[in-house]
Design a binder for this molecule. Structure first.
Ligand code: GLA
Length: 385
């Protein structure tokens, strides 16, 4: 019996981590079996740092793979309405893929400050800080060399009453990528039996510094590599959004969505009005929405339905904003399993504070001070109708 269990769960078994318990109905018998977070080598970065891969599984048949480079979500296999599995997130098969220019932040943890900072400069407590500019005139997603998506985090697998997961930690030294203070960051992924992937963020600092962490998963609910997300239907719990200039920096206005292509208060196909925002590389949805729930408690932020597969993604967060990015910069990168990621074939729903908050007095502050703890929870749940 033991060896049979191992052969069924062989691909989930690992070399460390405590045991978790799965109840499997199998051959008319209900057997209590053990599964663990599987930990494997995922190769090395160009500078020789080893990268680990962690495989999580749950009783609903979902499998999630995470890697320690960028505390990244690499794979998420979930059933559709007929039980057929597909991997619904973007990623690469090796570290070289993640290090290549084809990687549009696929599945990573973005930080210290996800999204844009105008001009790559900000002042804090009367001191001016200069960041690398990597997105036209602006700083995007934490820097160029050692932003949170590029460094290798320490991953520790665990199992709890909620499911199994990995705690990733990284301490960013004072001055790294131009940001002040030593910042200790922790990102905990938990896969539950309800097909929720819960991401809990925490950070502390020894000096005031801006912090805005998010996950940059790209989803295609028909399976990553399917041609478009324009047929997916989106609902956003947002009466307002933050309009942007031509470099995607918010103007500071908190504008109503009513009467605009940004009105997703009821479900709309993503492609229905997207071309009203322009066509061609970069044009389309890439905006921060002001979530109706602003009290810091976990609340529904977004839902996406894919009529083809029947999969439904729900996003819950404690954050005040969500960046809805419709994959407008994708240009056909060849990635996991030889699949191609075409223009507008993946979407991101990045729970966050608003972009360029360091320059906008009326946006919720992203400044973390010594003695405070930054906390943010995001839950992605995938079910099928
Ligand atoms: C974010 C930005 C987009 C784009 C992607 C990465 O979501 O808002 O403009 O830069 O990252 O390609």
């Amino acid at each position: 019996m033991h060896s049979q269990r191992r052969s069924i769960l062989g691909s989930f078994m690992g070399r460390r981590c405590r045991l978790s318990v799965l109840i499997l109905a199998w051959g008319g018998l209900t057997a209590e079996v053990s599964a663990e977070v599987k930990v494997s080598d995922f190769g090395k970065t160009a500078d020789g740092t080893p990268v680990e891969e962690f495989t999580l599984a749950n009783s609903s048949g979902s499998i999630v793979k995470l890697i320690s480079r960028g505390a990244t979500l690499k794979e998420w296999h979930v059933p559709d309405k007929s039980g057929k599995m597909a991997d619904v997130v973007f990623g690469f098969d090796d570290v070289a893929g993640y290090e290549s220019p084809a990687n549009g932040y696929f599945g990573c943890t973005a930080g210290r400050v996800a999204n844009r900072i105008a001009g790559g400069k900000f002042s804090l407590d009367s001191k001016e800080y200069t960041l690398a500019t990597n997105d036209g005139p602006n700083a995007l997603h934490g820097g160029v060399q050692r932003s949170f998506d590029k460094v290798v985090w320490k991953g520790t697998p665990f199992e709890s009453a909620d499911g199994e997961g990995v705690v990733f930690t990284y301490t960013s030294p004072d001055g790294e990528e131009g940001y002040p203070g030593t910042l200790a960051a922790k990102v905990t992924y938990t896969l539950t039996d309800k097909n929720e992937l819960r991401i809990d963020y925490e950070a502390t600092t020894d000096q005031a510094s801006p912090v805005n962490l998010t996950n940059h998963a790209y989803f295609n609910l028909s399976g990553a590599g399917s041609p478009t997300i324009n047929n997916h239907e989106l609902m956003l719990a947002a009466d307002h959004y933050t309009p942007v200039d031509s470099t995607l920096i918010p103007t500071g206005e908190i504008a109503p969505v009513a009467g605009t292509p940004f009105d997703f208060r009821q479900f709309h196909a993503i492609g229905e009005r997207v071309d009203q925002l322009g066509t061609g590389t970069g044009a389309g949805y890439d905006h921060n929405f002001v979530l109706n729930n602003q009290d810091g408690k976990l609340a529904l932020a977004a839902k996406v339905r894919d009529p083809n597969s029947g999969r439904v993604l729900a996003v819950y967060t404690t954050e005040p904003g969500i960046q809805f990015y419709g994959g407008n910069f994708l240009t056909g990168a060849i990635a996991k399993g030889g699949k191609k990621y075409d223009y507008r074939s993946g979407f991101c729903l990045e729970t966050q504070h608003f972009p360029d908050a360091v320059h906008q007095k009326n946006f919720p502050s992203v400044i973390l001070r010594s003695g405070e703890t930054y906390r943010h929870t995001c839950i992605y749940q995938i079910t099928s109708d």
